[in-house]
Design a protein around this ligand. Sequence first.
Ligand code: APR
Length: 320
Amino acid sequence: MARKKIALIGGGNIGGTLAHLAALKELGDIVLFDIVEGLPQGKSLDIAQSGPVDDFDARMTGANDYSAIAGADVCIVTAGVARKPGMSRDDLLGINIKVMQSVGAGIKEHAPDAFVICITNPLDAMVWVLREICGLPHNKVVGMAGVLDSARFRHFLADEFDVSVEDVTAFVLGGHGDTMVPLTRYSTVAGIPVPDLVKMGWTTQENIDAIVQRTRDGGAEIVGLLKTGSAFYAPAASAIQMAEAYLKDKKRVLPCAAHLDGQYGLENIYVGVPTVIGAGGIERVVEIDMTADERAMFDKSVGAVRGLIAACKEIDPSLG
Ligand code: APR
């Protein structure tokens, strides 16, 4: 069987880490694409030279031309710029919409059968724009946020309880950002819900509230520490888990920014919900019951995403 092909569009911090992880896991041959000449070629060669040490076989290619992504099975998009001091939200949107236009056109022409995972921020709006431009089926275009947000939540909970991260599950809903909705009653240690752990005296409600807030602010905390960039190890690991679920038809239940077409009473929006990822892409959106409080938080988050999508449509009226 021929190896799968993974195209990474954007060869910056996340793109380079994605390439390294995909190679280590032997997910397939890898094309790293960027507009900066030399950057994807240099990173690809460097990673290829680690192959003999780490025992992986993956053809690594760096490219500045979209023809290199031809026939890719998976495309992971990190192309774009991060918000810099003094830049308004609309400035950032304007730049990244243009980036999504060129990336979307490249995917449409060269990799129309791919499963596309978008990471570029602001995530829920950018994945919506990318889907509009590339025109692929909605179930084949998805945003990476929930796996990262729930990984952050799991890390903090495991730390609080002094247990293995492997035994902690966490559940988040909503947009990627400060309106994200971590659901503690669906978050567990070995199946024991967090509210029960509070009752059992493992922690206090105050500590859980602080962890929820720290999870919401997870990205900003790392930007504050790094000062010149944003998180890249955990975002890359999260997208690789989604790619692997697709390539190996694992039918993993993962929270992702998925297109909603009636689910949760919402239409034509990308927002974080639990999904099943297998060979069919997003094979199912899992609809859970929410309490009135949870629904109110979710609706607030949906409102924030709708606001971003409306701003995108104002900047580029040809969208949607
Ligand atoms: N086409 C392809 N690549 C592009 C384009 C474009 N039109 N515009 C910019 N790039 C490339 C840049 O050259 C850079 O190498 O995208 C890369 C982005 O890399 P970094 O700046 O290192 O950003 P990174 O940390 O990888 O994050 C990428 O993911 O989490 C989000 O907010 C984050 O939107 C950002 C994205």
